[in-house]
Design a protein around this ligand. Sequence first.
Ligand code: GUN
Ligand code: ZN
Length: 446
Amino acid sequence: KSDTDIRFVCRGTFVHSTAEEALQILEDALLGVDSKGKIAFIGEGKDLQKLSESFGFCSSAVTQLRQHEFFMPGMIDTHIHAPQYSYAGTALDMPLLQWLNTYTFPVESRFQDIEFAKKVYTQVVKRTLRNGTTTACYFATIHTDASLLLGQIANDFGQRALVGKVCMDRNDGVKYYRETSEESQEETYRFIKELLNKKYPLVKPVVTPRFAPSCTETLLAKLGEMAKNNKLHIQSHISENLKEVEWVKELFPNSESYTDIYHKCNLLTDKTIMAHGCHLSDEELVLFRKTGAALSHCPNSNISLCSGVLNVRNVLNHKVKLGLGTDVAGGYSPSILDAVRRALDSSKVLTIQDPEHKTLSFEEVFRLATLGGSQALSLDERTGNFKVGKDFDALRVNVAAPGGPIDLIQSEKPQILLEKFLNLGDDRNIVEVFVAGKKVVPFSEP
Ligand code: GUN
Ligand code: ZN
């Protein structure tokens, strides 16, 4: 008899990804979650008696999923700008660099107002959780106190999160939205220290230079040093748009490539996630592979801002870690389901352009949305699939939810149910969301 103390047990279909299989389907499985929110066991329904004896739970207290329901791992948004949620769905009529100056920087500067920050950050955390994002990697703004508040709100609603106070010591476009280099370093240090002091179990700080053009080399190097000394996560943007790439060449004439700038400043590590990478060369991808740095694929944003189309197949062939991101509000949708669909569309566009291109399958993109994201954020020891010992981060999906977007004409196999949910589903199908074994949707207001 095990002395693990079981909090609850569910029985039904579980779908997830493993290193070997993009889609593994476990039908009539039995999964137990312990008092710490970790997966204690996953076995077969027929072994109920045996499992209930060895783990000491009552077999009548097992939650049975229905015909059209399944559990899948919670989805992971590897790149989202929390403040930009305030204008999501608008302002997509210009390319990146003008878009930043016209819409983004003026809006982000408003987050010195803590009440405004509270309102937007509460909404974005609730909206993403309801859409099945159990882990989010957030950019906040340059304001330390509002960034700390985002960490608190994620913690209060039970979302797993990486939160970054944005660093930028140059901005000629919008001069009132920038810091001095010293301020940026000191405030980043304060942000990290104060966030770690809160001891939120699921929220971690991430060192966040906005992107090379908004940081001096001095600041980039200092942030690289700070991340290294404290073993912290790092996030930024890279090679999103061709004008940006040209500008970076002018600003850093002594660097071999965009990737090389970050590398020289110790910003490429196995805890680094860089958004976009649409225009990276194969040599740059090799450097990503060597350093263990990851990419976040944000297809809605790449299309909405006409930035480019990332060749995900080429990234995967280079064995670079990759997850999906919404990039709200360059991407207008806060849902990773949307990112799944855009990733599939983008891959098909590449196949239209080159019939030799091997289109991504929905199973592969499902893996990017879950296990791939956890690997990209170096959180795969804790989340990403239903392996024993990981936290139970999961969505209970009802494909035939009443009033929902999907009509089932007949009973379908789990693989078809997942495909329909990925292509047609929305938050009405996500009936429950669990993070670390705790039910966080439907909400219990903190
Ligand atoms: N590059 C630098 N900042 C940003 C941002 O806020 N959004 C996007 N999409 N790209 C960026
Ligand atoms: Zn971004």
